[in-house]
Design a protein around this ligand. Sequence first.
Ligand SMILES: [Fe+2]
Length: 393
Amino acid sequence: MLPEYYEFKNSVKIISGKNALENIPFELNNLNANRPLILTTKSVIKHGQLKIITDAMDNSNIEIGLIFKDIPQDSSVEIVNNISKLYKENKCDSIVAIGGGSVIDTAKGVNMLVSTKASDLKEYMGLEILEGKLNPFIVIPSTAGTGSEATLVSVIADTSRNVKMEFISYSILPDVAVLDSRMTKTLPPRLTASTGIDALTHSIEAFSGFQKNPLSDIYALTSIELISNYLIDAVSKGQDGRARVAMANASLMAGVAFSNSMVGIVHAIGHACGGVSHVPHAEAMTILLPHCMKLNLNPCEKEYSRILLAFSGPEVYSNTPEKQRGQRCIDEIQKFILKLNEICGLPIRLKDVGVKKEQLKDIAKTAINDGAAIVNPVEVTYDRAMTILESAY
Ligand SMILES: [Fe+2]
């Protein structure tokens, strides 16, 4: 059914598959750019991924303005402001971001600054404050989970106030996202598994939330199907290029889905687990997802039933009585996570990731004030959050 009103945008050109990395110079030229600032990390350099890209540039008319490789795990306003200065000093005309969520978020912040007259990122905090087109921007993700290469959000820490600032604008979407299996083949199994479940959570929350729409639905369901078919192979056979590129696609599609819909309670409680107990985001998602789905089952029966079809296929779907399909969906996802736990030790309990029992109350209090809690199909109260946290402990 169509909602009364909705908006959807995905303007990112997607290049996926064999030799995609070698096409970056061509894509820069297409964007009228030839002097990129490359933002990356030491790990991308160590795994030889940067070299593939710079070799391709050496055989073209591209002249690299600067390679900046010291992006920390959690990017900050200071880093973004400093890199923006370097961009201008080195007369760069575009940005190529190669890395995980924090590299991509940093690059989005830098592009906001270098494309406008501002010199401090804090001027841009809030919703849709940017106008017009930013500078040419290409993203090559080195993980398959955040979907940042296709989202209109950037989260950057303001360390002076100890807060995470969120920037949301259609203008910060990259021009091109490059998905190549060589970028993720070296990811360890546990990280592959947890980030894959983060992507699954994005799609499930996008598909069952209030702000879903027919276009975000298509992206969500396709990504759920890909994750069900390929995540186990990506975890157990890391060098499997087909599984790796399928997961890169699934993560991007999940990013498009939630960027045009919303996430919900799993992210609300997951953010709080990160803030209070420093649980890595993707591991929090893995632990919380089945418990949160149980809370949402009643209003989301129809959506979960449709997710069952995408996740488990037509045979399981048709063999399950209509009234049991929603619950079956949760059971199948739980089984999937348990299987990943057996393969690579993916944590399935909060106590296994360093959360202390006495922190649960603080986590629940923080979760109910999280932005993602507001749009969850069931109201996220303190008591409900506590019930989930206790059952996930
Ligand atoms: Fe997430």
